[in-house]
Design a protein around this ligand. Structure first.
Ligand code: NAD
Ligand code: LMR
Ligand code: MN
Length: 596
């Protein structure tokens, strides 16, 4: 966001920035600052003579070299992350130019997995605050706080909000969660060209149940446990009302909400405003994109798939929904498609005798208890320690433990003989060698996606899966992994991270000014991603490389905007969608800064 003293005019290459700021105020505004690249003319008109070293840079080049050297000298990944955000505090254009030029190297540092580390340590590393902090304790001040950002109705395209209850797979991080909104927005710009001055990162501080934060004297958020129930819902309503009133054209993106709230919030608003939940829909779509290619390569039919998902939270069930819909597209009835999916969570296989404890979005997938009566159970003590982060699932688990035990993943795999196995359980090592070998003994090309982020939470590594299946697995992961060489074949690991999808989806919705984000737009995004990774030679990735993220996101945005137009939900009309997407993209290049 520019300071109030600046205004941007024109589009694409003809963009200019007009400002009434002078001298140090220009240099202090990271959206205006070009450092040594200010021309002599700009230095004269903006009062910068004497405030900059005399050598004038040739645009970004020497600055990029200097910044890259400093970045690489930073000793740890977290230091590199901090360096990047300090650079952003100083010069937004240089930050994005550097990130874009070294995307493969820097994306994991600015975004996942290192962003997880930064969030855990946010109380210590925060320097310049970014975004807007909204609190459940002051619901009447939401509008005032959003207004304080200093943007007017037409200035904002996108708000990313998190209540930080379930950040990645690392749980509740309270107000520190502002950094996931910031990280997601950085990817929107680097990947899709969303204008970084037209977005707002938001944290919805409803308290935290993270005792470590509550005890930390440096914690930056409100020091009380999470507020739930009606007060919570009213707060979310008040946020959406204020956002809609102040920024009527903006898209609302929901990130890392807990599984008890995510679906309810989405259902409440999805037909009323342009909005989507990234963990449910973005993840569902990127995984479907990878599966479109995997199923094709396995030479099997969608109507023949049997799917087991470990971790029936927002991501797991979001993926289940997309798979179910895809089977329906292939002629399977809705009921039958739902029956081809088995969800396993802390209480083991979810069954319909758990009805009262299941979450809203899990209910339709619960298996009839009668169907699995003869399946063997294990004592719950034999499973990994129960987590208290998911009270509903933990309660069901205890109940099952006391009533004959739980049907664990190994038993489900043995009985179901899945063709597709997906991990969104936040728990490492649960795809064991024995279980994977069992699955692989019944399927020629087992499709296995361990997706739990950050990297150390993956249910198995690609190298393990490749070895245990003797190279037959079709694998994609949540975090980036290096290539694996096995028996002379080099396997490139596609990253099924929603980062390859949500930027294009959001940008397509923004460019078309879609009144809402439809299921068809989401499917169009999944197909578009899949279309960018059609190489089927042994070891080829199921998804396009992140090195091509900008190109992939353009293809996704075009597909999404076209679909919005076709469905008559685009409020912006255009004859040439590609041109509309291209000309709306922001690029990190210096624009002339004009004194007014
Ligand atoms: N690759 C991606 O793009 C992507 C997107 C979203 C989420 N994720 C990852 O998926 C994981 C889940 O995220 P989420 O948003 O769905 O979280 P969530 O809290 O909504 O769901 C997690 C679920 O896992 C269950 N669980 C915990 N321990 C388990 C165990 N030992 N066995 C079986 N189930 C267990 C919980 O009860 C809960 O239902 C995270 O690690 C997250 O980083 C990846
Ligand atoms: O943030 C990511 O890397 C993907 C996803 O949204 C997650 O929560 O893990
Ligand atoms: Mn997420």
């Amino acid at each position: 966001m520019f300071s109030r003293q600046a205004k941007i005019t024109g589009i694409g290459c003809s963009r200019k920035i007009e400002t009434s700021a002078r001298g140090c105020d220009v240099l202090r505004d990271p959206a205006l600052n070009k450092g040594s690249a200010f021309t002599q003319e700009e230095r004269n008109s903006l009062g910068l003579n004497g405030l900059l070293p005399p050598v004038i840079s040739n645009e970004l080049e020497p600055q990029l070299t200097r910044a890259l050297t400093a970045y690489r000298k930073a000793p740890t990944d977290l230091d590199k992350h901090i360096y990047m955000w300090r650079l952003h505090d100083n010069n937004v254009t240089l930050f994005y130019a550097l990130l874009q030029r070294h995307l493969m190297e820097m994306l994991p540092v600015v975004y996942d997995p290192v962003v997880g580390e930064a969030i855990e340590q946010y109380s210590e590393i925060i320097t310049r605050p970014r975004g807007v902090f909204l609190s459940i304790n002051e619901p009447d001040e939401i509008e005032e706080k959003l207004s304080a950002f200093g943007a007017s109705a037409d200035d904002i395209d996108l708000l990313v909000a998190s209540d930080a209850e379930e950040i990645l797979g690392i749980g509740d991080w309270g107000a520190n969660g502002i950094d996931i909104s910031i990280g997601k927005l950085a990817v929107y710009t680097a990947a899709a060209g969303v204008d970084p001055h037209r977005v707002i990162p938001i944290v919805l501080d409803v308290g935290t149940n993270n005792q470590k934060l509550l005890n930390d004297p440096l914690y930056i958020g409100y020091r009380h446990s999470r507020v739930v129930g009606e007060v919570y819902d009213n707060f979310i309503d008040a946020y959406v009302r204020a956002a809609k009133k102040l920024f009527p054209r903006a898209m609302l993106h929901w990130e890392d909400f807990g599984s008890t709230n995510a679906r309810r919030i989405l259902s409440r608003f999805r037909d009323k405003v342009p909005t989507f939940n990234d963990d449910m829909q973005g993840t569902g779509a990127i995984v479907l994109g990878a599966l479109l290619n995997a199923v094709r390569r396995s030479d099997t039919l969608w109507s023949d798939q049997r799917v087991v998902i470990l971790g029936a939270g927002t991501a797991g069930v979001g993926i289940a929904d997309q798979i179910r819909d895809q089977m329906v597209r292939h002629g399977v009835s809705q009921d039958e498609a739902t029956r081809r999916i088995w969800l396993v969570d802390l209480p083991g296989l979810l069954t319909d005798d758990m009805k009262h404890g299941l979450l809203d979005f899990q209910v339709s997938y619960a298996r009839p208890a009668a169907e699995v009566q003869a399946w063997s159970r294990v004592s719950a003590d034999m499973l990994p320690a129960t987590q208290t982060r998911w009270p509903a699932m933990a309660a069901l688990r205890s109940e099952k433990a006391q009533n004959g035990g739980v049907i664990d993943l190994a038993e489900v795999v043995k009985k179901v003989r899945p063709t597709i196995l997906i991990g969104t359980s936040t728990t490492p090592h649960l795809f064991t060698e024995e279980l994977v070998k069992d699955m692989a003994s019944h399927v020629e090309r087992p499709i296995i996606f361990p997706l739990s982020n950050p990297t150390n939470l993956h249910e198995a590594t690609p190298a393990q899966l490749i070895e245990w299946t003797d190279g037959r697995v079709l694998v994609a992961t949540g975090a980036p992994f290096e290539n694996v060489t096995f028996k002379g074949v080099s396997y490139t690991i596609g990253q099924a991270n929603n980062a390859a999808l949500y930027p294009g989806l959001g940008f397509g919705a923004i460019v078309s000014r879609a009144s809402h984000v439809s299921d068809e737009m989401i499917f169009a995004a999944a197909q578009a991603v899949a279309s960018q990774a059609t190489d089927a030679t042994p070891g080829a990735a199921l998804l396009p490389s992140n090195a091509d993220l900008r190109a992939t996101s353009s293809v996704v945005a075009v597909a999404v905007a076209s679909k919005a137009q076709e469905q008559n939900i685009a409020q912006e009309k255009f004859t040439d969608v590609i041109e509309a997407v291209n000309s709306a993209q922001w690029w990190p290049i210096y624009q002339p800064v004009i004194a007014i």
